[in-house]
Design a protein around this ligand. Sequence first.
Ligand SMILES: [Zn+2]
Length: 207
Amino acid sequence: MSLAEVLSHIKVANPDDAGEIERIVTYFYESSPAKKGFAYQLFESLVVENRDLTFSRGAGGKMESTVHGYEITEYSKSFMENKVKISSNGVISEYTFAQALMHEIIHAVTGANDDGTPGADGIGNGGDYGMPANLTTPKYNYVGLTVALEQQIFAEAGIPNARASYHSTPYLNELENQLGVHMGESLTAGKEVGLVLLDDIAPLDTK
Ligand SMILES: [Zn+2]
């Protein structure tokens, strides 16, 4: 299989966006180790299963996709402006449109949702279930299925400072205004932490 075959299954409704979306797909495909890389396998599966992955701007107010429906139903570059991600060592870095689009592609192609797999006690969710009442709740999954795959893809691509959890993509101005910290700085003086930054300070979130 080849990149050209993968791109033949990428369908962009708005022709103005086709070039950029194809570049983003190409970047993640080519930065993933051939054959065994996760992004590589994800995109090759479009060819193997003969499925098209479609991109529509939709209302364009956020980033949204179908889970295992092979559709990015909404995307917005302006929504991603000034979005940042917080890594497990507290570092604030840009959460780019390309990175957020890859998150949506994971949903659309793999069927992973934003949730974690609950444990036997029913506890454990990184996504839409929100946060536990008590931050010391044991075995709570703050990451969820899709962000875990996103972390794996970013690691394979050599993208540093992947977001630590589902709830760690605030807007930069909120960090600057409310916490007085800036792009490239660490919230934890660079120390690796197990506690998660919430993005509840943000009115909107990518799904
Ligand atoms: Zn999501």
